[in-house]
Design a protein around this ligand. Structure first.
Ligand code: ADE
Length: 225
């Protein structure tokens, strides 16, 4: 899978992608990740990447020319399954969408800044608009990092233990059950007896019941779906 990210702040994404799961996916050759600085495409003599909005509203918009040139440059090199714009007015991200995106070959992500990007670029190039939640970030970069992490970790082979990603919260539409590790008693706090029983069927049933109980308590909306 290849992911190209267009941003005015590549430095914001270098950290998250240089450690842990995403780094492992890249190292294993399962994910090809490219950060593109929109400023490199600017033809303005001061490399300007923002411009004032028509209509006199407050704030700035990402300038048309550098972003358009960056998008068309990438399109001239390969076809994209999705061109994703990260924006608070996009579709709210969930695991189902992440699963679908993890099957793509090439994804382009566009990080907005200031008040966003020109609507004509959204109309003509963007195929999917994603929000990571009902709050506003300073730019799309952290949202792109969240989306990339969620996608990369379920690309087959990235996580060593395949079962681990399949048993995540949301993967079967409900939250994950609680987990415990050694020692069986710590500070007087005991691990539930059933987990020490060695009876795998009983443990599986307990985990299922706990997952449903937790989902009922915390996210009943998931059970309604
Ligand atoms: N850009 C700014 N806020 C965002 C959000 N909540 N989700 C995605 N992109 C954003």
């Amino acid at each position: 899978m290849r992911i190209d990210i267009l941003t005015v702040l590549p430095v914001l994404l270098q950290g998250p992608f240089s450690v842990s799961i995403v780094k492992r996916g890249i190292k294993k050759g399962l994910v090809d990740l490219h950060l593109h600085d929109i400023r490199d495409f600017s033809k303005d003599k001061h490399n300007k990447v923002d411009d004032a909005p028509f209509g006199g509203a407050a704030g700035m918009v990402l300038a048309m020319q550098p972003l358009h040139d960056a998008i068309t440059h990438l399109h001239s090199e390969r076809q994209y399954d999705e061109v994703i714009f990260l924006t608070p007015d996009g579709e709210r991200l969930n695991q189902g969408r992440v699963n679908q995106l993890s099957l793509c070959g090439n994804i382009m992500m566009i990080c907005g800044h200031y008040k966003g990007i020109d609507q004509r670029l959204r109309d003509h190039f963007v195929t999917l608009e994603i929000s990571i939640g009902d709050y506003v970030l300073s730019g799309g970069e952290l949202a792109a990092a969240v989306l990339t992490d969620a996608i990369v970790r379920i690309v087959p082979g990235v996580i060593g233990n395949e079962m681990s990603a399949l048993t995540d919260s949301f993967q079967d539409g409900i939250l994950a059950p609680p987990v415990y590790t050694r020692p069986a008693e710590y500070n007087g706090w005991k691990v539930p007896e059933v987990l020490l029983s060695g009876d795998h069927e009983k443990i599986r049933k307990w985990e299922e019941e706990e997952a449903i109980k937790r989902t009922k308590e915390r996210r009943p909306d998931l059970l309604d779906r």
